[in-house]
Design a protein around this ligand. Structure first.
Ligand SMILES: Nc1ncnc2c1ncn2[C@@H]1O[C@H](COP(=O)(O)OP(=O)(O)OP(=O)(O)O)[C@@H](O)[C@H]1O
Length: 330
């Protein structure tokens, strides 16, 4: 049996900046079941953080409703906060205390008694691989260790629902992979429902069972990564010829229903379903037509292709910009 963890209807948030209205989130209908691991994917400024901040009661919606962990965010924000964990962007643990003490204090702040707070802090230190560093001051931890400590802080009161805003931004690939393993473990071992935001395509693809693509404050697609790719993007077959002229002739010969065929110099690109089966047929028919292909490559679509097909823009350009921005800040 599944139960609903998040349900929003027409969730909307406007900001007014110098008399101009920014529609950060527009008419969002979200539905997340207990135990799901969902990623909100979108470029910078798409409205992901604002959505999370409304769901975690940090800011009220301009209009619409949101029920989180069984409670209405506007009517019972305190109740919602007691049932959820939230790890914002680059916030988290203070710097001068030791990690284990931070966790203990956080537990006490949630009303746990001394023994319970201590036991829970120790349990989280073990499960998030922080044994070797938990007794050092937080300021001495590496980015990846500090991020894991942030997650431990968000889990101190054993919430059934955890929100993570850009959990791996600023981490190197190894620490990012390690963090993703911890997130998966949380789900598999404790059944925690997890909603995270990311602009890393690979992260959404590999980690989430469901990806909700957000652009300009609206949901533009919502499905498993596999379904999104098969529904909104095809396989890409890249055929390279020895001469641009051959490629031009090939363009005229390739007629496949529903396929997009383009040519650039000596390269012809075919975007179609079932690329692996199609490629050998194409090669044979071109060869028979006196147009031998010098090399061929078949690539599965990525979530970036999905975003590109839905919006005409690439998420990757934005990701690069965002990463550079982060690096400059760091
Ligand atoms: N406090 C605020 N005041 C004014 N505008 C805001 C405020 N917070 C967010 N916005 C605007 O709302 C829009 C959505 O921002 P939001 O931070 O939700 O995007 P995001 O998808 O989380 O982006 P990022 O990946 O950069 O975190 C942006 O245009 C942003 O400038």
């Amino acid at each position: 049996m599944t139960t609903t963890m998040i349900h929003t209807v027409g969730l909307t948030r406007h900001f007014t900046v110098k008399k101009e209205t920014v529609e950060a989130v527009r008419d969002l209908d979200l539905h997340v079941e207990t135990g799901e691991l969902v990623a909100l994917l979108g470029p910078n400024g798409a409205g992901k953080s604002t959505t999370l901040r409304m769901l975690t009661t940090l800011i009220p919606p301009t209009s619409g409703t949101a029920e989180v962990a069984g409670l209405d965010v506007a009517q019972d924000p305190r109740g919602v906060r007691s049932r959820i964990g939230y790890i914002g962007q680059g916030n988290g643990a203070g710097h001068s205390q030791r990690g284990r003490d931070e966790l203990y204090s956080q537990g006490r702040a949630y009303g746990m008694n001394r023994a319970a707070a201590k036991a829970r802090a120790n349990e989280l230190v073990a499960s998030l691989d922080l044994e070797n560093v938990a007794d050092r001051v937080v300021s001495s931890l590496s980015g990846g260790q500090r991020r894991r400590l942030d997650i431990a802080m968000g889990l101190i009161h054993t919430p059934g629902l955890l929100f993570l805003d850009e959990p791996s931004t600023g981490l190197d690939p190894q620490n990012r992979a390690n963090l993703q393993d911890h997130i998966k473990k949380l789900r598999s071992e404790h059944g925690t429902t997890i909603v995270l935001t990311t602009h890393y395509l690979e992260e959404a693809d590999q980690l989430a069972e469901r990806v909700i693509v957000i652009d300009h404050g609206k949901v533009i697609a919502d499905n498993t990564p596999t379904r999104l790719k098969s529904e909104f993007a095809g396989d890409k077959i890249t055929l390279t010829f020895d001469h641009a002229e051959d490629a031009r002739h090939a363009l005229g010969r390739i007629g496949i229903d529903g396929a997009q065929v383009t040519q650039n110099e000596a390269v012809v690109t075919v975007v179609a379903d079932g690329g692996a089966a199609l490629a050998p047929k194409l090669l044979r028919s071109l060869d028979e037509g006196g147009l031998p292909v010098a090399s061929v490559e078949v690539a599965r679509p990525t979530l970036d292709d999905v975003f590109l097909n839905l919006t005409g823009r690439s998420l990757r350009e934005d990701t690069t910009a965002a990463t550079e921005e982060q690096e400059q800040k760091a």
